[in-house]
Design a protein around this ligand. Structure first.
Ligand code: TRP
Ligand code: SF4
Length: 333
């Protein structure tokens, strides 16, 4: 029996290279060894975007298109939509009964979200009941498949810790060892920064999207920050102080290429514009196949929708098994 993986993402728009290198590429590799469940967390999106749902459907299609393009394979992995597996909501109810309020209140991610909300006006500044349940809902996602591992970014690790706590509490309360305590799986790849040197994020306008064309990508790369002390092409450069471009080289270049860039830069034999033109081409080379697949799915949203519906049916069958057992353990009617 293969061990189980469960992970998810909120559908908040097209994904960028940070998502690809930081999370999805890892998901793709895990498919060989594990039984994987990959979920689009549309209810989680609603916890903060409940009043802004006009793009929700398209965002679901977009995110799954990105996943498929990157190599998530619906033949091997179960790709599904949270709200099409409503068993999630029922498990959320049982778990919410046994989760102390202060466990969710100390959740750091929730605290950050609360800070953002507080800066808004009127009703939008309220923290709703549903948002408070965010980490419990995520726990339901994970436990609904009794997953062994949860591959996530560092920002989600606290949630997985809470999942372990809730699983343990459930087992104690109902005198069982039914739920496993899932472990977070961190990806060892270093985080790619945005074009301006800050964290890559779509709201910062410093990202390169998986779905960006080769032209757009090349143009964006030309705007990447370099060694700020360099004015002219033959000034001696400092790759380690080249805030963005050299970091990208270290991610996308071969060892030989990285060494060449370093030497030429240090000796003043390489201009930043040329350097970034080459870098853009390098990134485009790596993204070419993904981009072709991405545009195929963009032209065939009905195929993407079918994959989501089929995957959700498959997920539901598994979910019903686990939920049936939970209902027994809680001694529901
Ligand atoms: N909270 C996660 C995020 O914002 C998304 C998510 C929802 C998730 N359910 C999950 C991640 C279950 C891992 C497992 O990125
Ligand atoms: Fe950075 Fe390349 Fe310019 Fe050197 S030549 S500072 S590595 S962009």
């Amino acid at each position: 029996m293969k061990k189980r993986i469960m992970s998810g993402m909120r559908p908040t728009g097209k994904l960028h290279l940070g998502h690809y290198l930081g999370v999805i590429d890892n998901w793709v590799k895990l498919q060989d060894e594990y039984d994987c469940f990959y979920q689009v967390a549309d209810w989680h999106a609603l916890t903060t975007k409940y009043d802004n749902t006009e793009d929700l459907k398209q965002n679901v299609i977009d995110i799954v298109s990105d996943w498929l393009a990157c190599g998530i394979d619906p033949e091997r992995s179960t790709v599904y939509l949270q709200s099409l597996v409503p068993e999630t909501a029922e498990l959320h109810i049982y778990l919410s009964m046994i989760t102390p309020q202060n466990w969710v209140e100390r959740d750091p991610t929730l605290k950050d979200m609360a800070k953002i909300l507080k800066s808004k006006e009127g009703f939008a500044s309220q923290i709703n009941y549903g948002l408070m349940g965010y980490p419990v809902l995520m726990t339901a996602d994970i436990l609904l498949f009794n997953a062994d591992f949860v591959p996530v970014g560092i920002d989600q690790v606290a949630h997985v810790e809470l999942t372990r706590d809730i699983a343990r509490r459930f087992n104690n309360v109902y005198h069982t060892d039914f739920f496993k305590e899932p472990q977070p799986l961190l990806n060892n790849c270093s985080l790619i920064c945005g074009l301006d040197g800050n964290k890559m994020g779509k709201s910062f306008n410093n990202d390169i999207k998986i779905s960006d064309t080769a032209e757009v990508t090349a143009k964006k790369v030309m705007s990447a920050i370099t060694d700020r002390s360099r004015m002219r092409k033959d000034d001696l450069g400092h790759p380690d102080e080249c805030e963005v471009a050299f970091k990208y080289w270290k991610i996308f270049g071969t060892e030989t290429e990285i060494n060449t860039v370093r030497c030429e830069c240090e000796k003043g034999q390489r201009g930043c514009a040329d350097c970034k033109r080459q870098l853009g081409a390098k990134i485009n080379e790596r993204m070419a196949e993904i981009r072709d697949k991405r545009s195929y799915y963009e032209q065939h949203p009905e195929i993407v929708e079918e994959i989501i519906r089929e995957g959700s049916k498959k997920a539901q069958i598994e979910a019903q098994k686990i939920l049936g057992e939970v209902r027994n353990l809680v001694r529901m009617f």
